[in-house]
Design a protein around this ligand. Sequence first.
Ligand code: C2E
Ligand code: CA
Ligand code: CA
Length: 468
Amino acid sequence: MPDRVQQLAELTARVAELESERELTLRLAQTDSLTGLVNRGAFTAALCERLETAREAGGRLALFVVDLDRFKHLNDTLGHHAGDLFLAEVGERLRSDAGPGDLVARLGGDEFAVISDDPKVAERAQRLVSLFTQPHLIYGRQVSPGASVGVAVYPDDASDAGDLQQFADMALYRVKTQGGRRWSAFDAELRAESQHRRTLEEELRRAIPAGEIEPWFQPVVDSADGRIVGVEVLARWRHPEHGLLTPAAFVPMAEELGLIGRIDEAVFEAGCSQAAPWVAEGLIEVVSFNVSPRDLLDPSFSRKLIGRLAGTDLPATALTVEITETFLLRDLALSRRHIERLSAKGVRIALDDFGTGYSNLRALMHLPIQTVKLDRSLICDVAKDARVAKLVGSMLHAARALGVLIVAEGVEEEAQAILLRAAGCERMQGYWFAKPMPADQMETELRASRAAAPRSLCTEPLRRRAHG
Ligand code: C2E
Ligand code: CA
Ligand code: CA
């Protein structure tokens, strides 16, 4: 009998031990290890819970999101360890300022949040900003990156956790774009913006199956004679109320919503069916499509594209896929796989917006990239600034040495075209030649271009084809 008592006692002790281990594990899973604050996962759950309580009690709740203003600079100049020390200090300051009913969380990076039932929202927000005007000593150096705060209130602004977070973020974003070091509350202006966005989101989801996304075409010309040798396909949204929209109005949103893949697919399908006959007839040699960096992060991107291409009449050797450098650098191994898979089929790869980022010529040496598109920002100064002309000249020189074809983008003036041609740039694209246009107009242009005798750039001004 005593044995059984002892066994029972041991068992009880073991159960208690396991319980406390479980609690510890649970707490660790909810805690940010650097600051000891609640982490993002636990924060979201806590926000929902507190909203529920506030709803039952008929109370108010404010959500403050705090973002450091120049944290990246601190990290870059003093190193990651200094950055970590500072983040721990931020956690400490937020914790010491918090009231008994507050919850302080680190959402990730240099972003923090405070959930509070403090009724004095404006004062509290100002106090949060002031917490970070005091400098802090790291490695004997005074640092004060400053912070911005965005706030949204339940039930005044939003009734659920998702909206409350989104609205506080919108307020924060507005302060940041205005220079930071202040706070801002969600207001009527932001509400109108959010409603406009939501409407546009719904419309975009509907627009893709409704066929409102259409391909437009911009000619790429041979510098030697101004002859059209290819087209770049550019997405347009024919919005039933707002008219024709350019990518700036919907591509960033489509990327955020995860819809960009479907847009690229729609543009590719319609673009191929329209341009394939032009290639078959010998009117052009190349058709270029843009793909979003998001698509490229999908490991099956190249396989899917090859599959889709097989369903069109466009030969693989006439297809160029334009990708940006940012993607190359984000995942070099994956980019290599996609690029090699596409190259093996005869598809060409162009590096888009070259000259805006790192302009990584090494990538060109190590990857089968056949075309580089010099960014408009370089071209627009090429005829005005001798240093830019020199830079472009040396880029052209390097590209030639590597056997890479250069396309200058955004050529708007004759002076630029003449200078680029003299510097050895083989292909050009820009408003000087033609703006993007719908398929029927492009076809008319292509036929006219073939009928006309080729002209030499040396002796005559370029044939100008500008449209609306
Ligand atoms: P991008 O690939 O750099 O395309 C060139 C952009 O420059 C086009 O703008 C074109 O209309 C514009 N452009 C061409 N020549 C000139 C010029 O001489 N002067 C000026 N000021 N602009 C010129 P667009 O059509 O508004 O497209 C903007 C960007 O949207 C594109 O930049 C590309 O990154 C993206 N995009 C376009 N279509 C698609 C698409 O189907 N899928 C994806 N993922 N992105 C696309
Ligand atoms: Ca492009
Ligand atoms: Ca470009």
